[in-house]
Design a protein around this ligand. Sequence first.
Ligand SMILES: Cc1cc2nc3c(=O)[nH]c(=O)nc-3n(C[C@H](O)[C@H](O)[C@H](O)COP(=O)(O)OP(=O)(O)OC[C@H]3O[C@@H](n4cnc5c(N)ncnc54)[C@H](O)[C@@H]3O)c2cc1C
Length: 271
Amino acid sequence: MTHIKYYAFPQTVNEALALLLNKKYKAMAVAGGTLVAKTLPDTVETYLDLKNLPIKGIKISGGNLIIGAGASFDEIDHSKLCRSWAGGVVSSAAAKCSSQLIRNMATIGGNVARPHSFNIFPVVLLGLDARVKVVSKAGAKTVDFAGLYAPGFGLKPGMECIITEIIIPAKTKKWRCEFIKLAKTESSWESYITLFFAAQKEGKTITQARVAVGALSPKPFRASAAEKAFLSGGAHNAATAFAMELDSARAGEYRSVAAANLLKRFIKGLV
Ligand SMILES: Cc1cc2nc3c(=O)[nH]c(=O)nc-3n(C[C@H](O)[C@H](O)[C@H](O)COP(=O)(O)OP(=O)(O)OC[C@H]3O[C@@H](n4cnc5c(N)ncnc54)[C@H](O)[C@@H]3O)c2cc1C
């Protein structure tokens, strides 16, 4: 880190963006700092600390759950709003982050800024149809969570844009959800697989189904064949379709069998 020359503490998003875009400073955003120090490019000369920015709040707006990008895992775990949303899955996922020290420091913005196989929130946010608000030279825009990692996004978070909010849509508030981190120990960051399941049930009919998979590759993915079978109602068929999709994704037998059984358990629990 000997190449770091400046440490900046902007107070507003506009001020932070101006510093980030000023080529003279060669700046990179730092939120909790839990990951950035390990992966800092040699070209960076300025740490742009986001901690004073007003992007930490958690609120409801327009019926959506809005989580400020600067909210820590611990704040999300203990937020009453997060705990009462979709059965509390966002909070319980935050609680599965490896240690209290990391949960105190790490932010949701830093967790999603760059694809990483073992990060918890990407798979949860993909499954919840979340959107991400980013501010760049071109102004503020909101993109689907998957769009953040798509080649067409065209901006490097933390270098060319700042993530300010995660928006979890109102329609998911009553979804039945489960996040599973299948790992050697609860305190492992690495996991064999992470899973996010969600369903909306009206009467006896499943009207929405989500099966999202993380840890097999840096970007999480949705298992579309499993979701289709899940919507048609059969736990067994959904599990079979899921196992086949995981085989195609080279998950290996243990992960495929375990994940398919966990999906079957989730569907059977939707009574
Ligand atoms: C020992 C250890 C254990 C860990 N265990 C887990 C675990 O169990 N689960 C898990 O998911 N992760 C885990 N992590 C990974 C890491 O802590 C998370 O990814 C964390 O959420 C990063 O957030 P941060 O605020 O610390 O980001 P930082 O380290 O500050 O930044 C990470 C990256 O995101 C960019 N960035 C940060 N905030 C923004 C923003 N608002 N807008 C644009 N870019 C931004 C930075 O520029 C940088 O590129 C672990 C890390 C360590 C070191």
